[in-house]
Design a protein around this ligand. Structure first.
Ligand code: F6P
Length: 463
């Protein structure tokens, strides 16, 4: 009987992060981020090997203790020189590629591709080479290798040269840039990135437009491309349902109910992340209160957000600006019994899920987003026939746009109008809307996502 090939997952952030228990032992808990919420359930019990970077000091300690067996897969963490890691992660991955793919630059000032960037680019190459070496040295003959995201763009070329027996597939969880976006990068960097990606047997994306952008960039800059496929990530219903059913979530929902009372509740759940468009979301709420006085004292905006990438000055400044704006809006409109914005940066997952259970309107308004899992998680756990207001610039729009209320995320006035429309919908209209969005959001599971990756690999191998 023919044996299935070994599956190797490679990602920057791993499925586990470590902390020290009271007895001094290292204990693993689930790592954060959208990628892990999809890959974790997809890979659990699969017997795959997962290679990831050891990010914190404790992760590094755990890595030095060897391979960890976890949840039906094997985790191998790579210890990387902290200076090289900082340059690879902060300067190139988060500070340049993320900005290009999400179009976040304040272009009169940034980007500035100078000597500092060139050094960081060398570090990016070095860290990519470390990951490639770990795969090349460790993968079984004929293994299938799934490389994740923009941190690891260069593995394809190295693995094709060193281990032609492997089948390698790259998946981007972010948007991808077309030729005009990539024109911002130094010419040789753009070509090296695309060459790394196009050297895979296939590249996968969250939405058709990101696949099309990748193909257009490859054709324009390389004159060739590899096969592409589209495979939107999905929520594991049992996993989110178990958080929704937890006592911590019930307690958080009761507390939220006490705070909101009989008012309507608009919710957002996001990282404090430039691409998530928090500022325009709050401006839209401010404009709603200004232009539709009937909502004053009748609605609360619950923002369940959590800090992210605070090593980058842009993110710290964005957080300060966001919190300043929330204060201003609250000062402008608050009355003795009502605070319009409930701002909660406590990174408490059960509390966020409670807010998703209880929203009347969920605002998901990124300026650009690979997919946006919250747009699927919300409708799957919501218990109030809530309305989804969704940015047309999110990858999730390709799947949910048939039912969600769409917005141009740059148009604050239009967002305020759509919030009003969503808040004003009657009971039956809400029921029909919520059912349609829930059906679309639950169409796929993480197992479907993994099956797509395996199919792409199999078709590359001609089986
Ligand atoms: O959206 C893709 C993704 O890799 C998510 O998994 C994650 O939330 C984010 O980008 C990366 O975040 P971080 O820089 O914290 O790993």
């Amino acid at each position: 009987m023919k044996q299935s090939p070994e599956v190797v997952i490679v990602s920057n952030r791993g499925p586990l992060s470590f902390k020290v228990a009271d007895d001094g032992a290292l204990v693993a808990r689930r790592g954060g981020g959208g990628l892990v919420s999809v890959l974790g359930p997809a890979v659990a019990g699969s017997g795959a090997t997962w290679i990831a970077g050891a990010i914190s000091e404790l992760d590094r300690r755990a890595a030095s203790e060897g391979v960890v067996e976890a949840d039906g897969f094997r985790l191998r963490s790579l210890v990387i020189d902290p200076d090289a890691y900082r340059a690879y992660y902060h300067v190139v991955s988060s500070g340049a590629l993320w900005f290009v793919y999400h179009r976040l630059y304040d272009s009169p000032r940034r980007p500035r591709f100078d000597r500092h960037f060139r050094q960081a680019w060398d570090a990016y190459r070095e860290v990519n080479a470390t990951f490639a070496r770990a795969v090349a040295d460790g993968a079984a003959e004929g293994a299938v290798v799934f490389v994740q995201d923009y941190h690891l763009s260069l593995l394809g070329a190295t693995l094709a040269a060193e281990r032609p027996d492997l089948t390698t597939v790259h998946f981007h969880h972010t948007p991808f840039g077309g030729p005009d976006d990539l024109a911002m990068l130094p010419d040789d960097v753009a070509v090296e990135l695309l060459d790394g990606l196009a050297s895979h047997h296939a590249c996968g994306f969250q939405a058709p437009r990101w696949a099309a952008a990748f193909e257009a960039s490859c054709q324009a800059l390389l004159g060739r491309c590899c096969p592409t496929f589209v495979s939107p990530a999905a929520v594991e219903p049992a996993e989110i349902a178990s958080v929704a059913a937890s006592p911590a979530c019930a307690e958080a929902l009761a507390e939220l109910d006490r705070h909101v009372g009989d008012r309507r509740l608009v919710v957002r759940v996001d990282r404090i992340e430039l691409s998530k468009n928090l500022l325009r979301g709050f401006h839209a709420f401010d404009e709603l209160l200004q232009s539709r006085p009937q909502w004053r004292e009748r609605v609360v905006f619950g923002a369940f957000v959590y800090p992210s990438r605070e090593g980058l000055p842009e993110y710290l400044a964005y957080r300060q600006e966001t919190e300043g704006l929330v204060r201003q809006i609250n000062e402008r409109w608050a009355t003795p019994g009502w605070t319009p914005i409930l701002y909660d940066p406590s990174d408490d997952f059960p509390r966020s899920v409670a807010a998703l259970r209880g929203y009347d309107v969920l605002l998901v308004n990124p300026v650009r987003d690979g997919l946006n899992l919250v747009a699927k998680e919300g409708p799957l756990v919501n218990e109030r026939d809530g309305v989804l207001v969704l940015s047309r610039e999110s990858g999730a729009w390709a799947e949910l746009g048939g039912a969600a209320l769409g917005i141009n995320p740059f148009d604050v006035s239009a967002t305020a109008d759509v919030l009003h429309q969503a808040l004003s919908m009657g009971g039956e209209e809400r029921r029909v809307h919520a059912r349609a969005v829930r059906d679309l959001a639950g169409t796929r599971t993480p197992a479907d996502w993994l099956a797509d990756q395996l199919r792409a690999a199999a078709s590359a191998r001609g089986v």
